[in-house]
Design a protein around this ligand. Structure first.
Ligand code: NAD
Length: 492
């Protein structure tokens, strides 16, 4: 069995506690590796190594163009290793190889994109209203960035943080989810091969409260970039507030996928299915609330049942599997709990609604794709994030009503709209309160496009040109062109 230690200052370091925990394959239920169980001592070691690297001339004096070249080299290594990384993700988090193979290859683009951006961050010479004083701005890295990720797409969520943070000249301490630490740890070998100086990227593992929290509390940490639940996000925000430390928070969602009667029917069906049953519904952007215009409700639900009911459930390593296992045991129990809650609250289960034990199932982690009709937007199944293959169907009559229901939620991560009316598409994209709006498509993300949440879905943006600024601070520099002994008791 494989044993993984922490990666600190370019070396594999045993945990101070001497303790390890198991990581398992969600499909087979087999424990396949031991992972270091970190504590505050390990967090301290890693943050100090990252701080020393941030201040060392090897990194601090490196020109942005050279940092960019390292990132581009890393992108090439990722492409070479993408199949292996994809298989590793599947082994640890149970997502489909059909998706992860492409995803691990695609994540190279984040490193290439921010590699290109590294030497294009420009300050400005500002027009001045102060005679004889010259004023310019410069963007500077912040220092050590703590990066905490969720279990559903470990390497992708890491790329969204690590690529811009390194391009900006910061150093990093990564704390992946305790359920899926292996891929981030293996990734450290790629970082080393690309030629980043030791200490620039570190990875520590363990439980959120045991090693994540002490890392966030560490006085030498400059910022936290977090992806996870709104519960943990709030806790991290509170801890950061005590130090006045900035945060990026990518949190949960309960996104509406809104189908109008004028939509391309079959495209909308496939889009709704992809929004909730792909990745077994374990995505922050899951379109878990289907808002469907009443005139097409029955026909639409009938077709959804046909397609989702025919989904092939089973081995995530098979290219023809559609729905894989739930990644973690607590998540599996949470999904079953919400099915019970929905039934108790009066929603009607028209598909699934129970564990799947049929052909292709192994272990004990499969849930049937589940559809509830008769849902009203105030039910718990419509308001709370499940993070599983559970779709709530809510009928509406008018565009105004769709907007009202779509926005009647504490979250605001994404929304989908299916319509053939361009005017309606534009109105909906303006009125829906979410960080991403998809019109006649769903689940499209790119390194080029900003991603993040409105409302309780988060703080800050990842991807796109703006996101490099999340890892920079701006400094304003004033230079007097002539030195004069001015009156010291009045403002210049
Ligand atoms: P989680 O909040 O339980 O854990 C996320 C990470 O935070 C883990 O690494 C965990 O160890 C760590 N953690 C927990 N408490 C901590 C604390 N007090 N201090 C420091 N670290 C702590 O989330 P999860 O179950 O791993 O992931 C599922 C959640 O992630 C869902 O809510 C989903 O919507 C969200 N998510 C959001 C996005 C996005 O981009 N918005 C993407 C993927 C997942």
């Amino acid at each position: 069995m494989k044993t993984y230690n922490h990666y600190i200052n370019g070396a594999w370091i045993e945990p101070a506690s001497g303790k390890y925990f198991d990581t398992e394959n969600p499909y087979t239920g087999e424990v396949w590796a031991k992972i270091a169980r970190g504590t505050s001592e390990d967090a301290d070691k890693a943050v100090k190594a990252a701080k020393a690297a941030f201040e060392s001339s090897d990194w601090a004096d490196m020109r942005p163009t050279q940092r960019g070249k390292l990132l581009v080299r890393l992108a090439e290594i990722i492409e070479r290793e993408s199949q292996r990384l994809g298989e590793l993700e599947v082994q640890d988090n149970g997502k489909l190889i059909a998706e992860m193979g492409g995803q691990t290859k695609y994540l190279a683009e984040w490193y290439r994109y921010y590699g290109g951006l590294a030497d294009k961050v420009e300050g400005a010479v500002l027009p001045s209203d102060k005679p004889g004083i010259f004023n310019f701005t410069r963007y500077e890295p912040m220092g050590v960035i703590g990066m905490i990720t969720a279990w559903n797409s470990p390497l992708l969520l890491l790329a969204w943080k690590l690529a811009p943070a390194l391009a900006a000249g910061n150093t990093a301490v990564i704390k992946p989810s305790e359920f899926t630490s292996a891929s981030s740890l293996e990734f450290m070998e790629l970082i080393k091969e690309a030629g980043f100086p030791d200490g620039v990227v570190n990875c520590i593992t363990g439980m959120g409260l045991e090693v994540g929290q002490p890392m966030v509390e560490h006085p030498d940490l400059a910022k936290v970039a977090f992806t996870g639940s709104d519960f943990a996000g709030q806790k991290i925000y509170e801890t950061a507030a005590k130090k006045i430390m900035p945060v990026t928070l990518e949190l949960g969602g309960k996104s509406p996928n809104i189908v109008f009667e004028d939509a391309d029917f079959e495209a909308a069906v496939m889009g709704v299915i992809s929004g909730i049953f792909a990745a077994t519904g374990q995505t922050c952007i899951a379109g878990s609330r289907l808002l469907v215009q009443r005139s097409v409700h029955d026909k639409f639900v009938k077709r959804l049942i046909e397609v989702a009911g025919g989904a092939k459930i089973g081995n995530p390593m098979s290219m023809d599997t559609h729905v894989g296992p739930v990644t973690t045991q607590p998540q599996y129990e949470k999904i079953l709990h919400y099915i019970k809650v929905a039934k108790e609250d009066g929603a009607v289960c028209v598909l699934g609604g129970k564990p799947y034990t049929g052909e292709g199932a192994r272990g004990n982690r499969f849930v049937e794709p589940t559809i509830f009709t008769g849902v009203s937007n105030d039910m718990r199944i419509a308001q709370e994030e499940v993070f599983g293959p559970i779709l709530s169907v809510i009928p509406f009559d008018t565009e105004e009503e769709a907007i009202e229901i779509g926005n009647d939620i504490v979250f605001g991560l994404a929304a989908g709209v299916w319509t053939s009316d361009i005017g309606r598409a534009l109105r909906m994209s303006e009125k829906l309160k979410a960080g991403t709006i998809w019109i006649n498509t769903y689940r499209a993300v790119s390194f080029m496009s900003p991603f993040g949440g409105y409302k309780r879905s988060g703080q800050g943006r990842e991807s796109g040109q703006e996101s490099i600024k999340e890892f920079l601070q701006v400094k304003s520099v004033w230079i007097a062109q002539e030195t004069t002994a001015a009156n010291p008791f009045i403002m210049r």
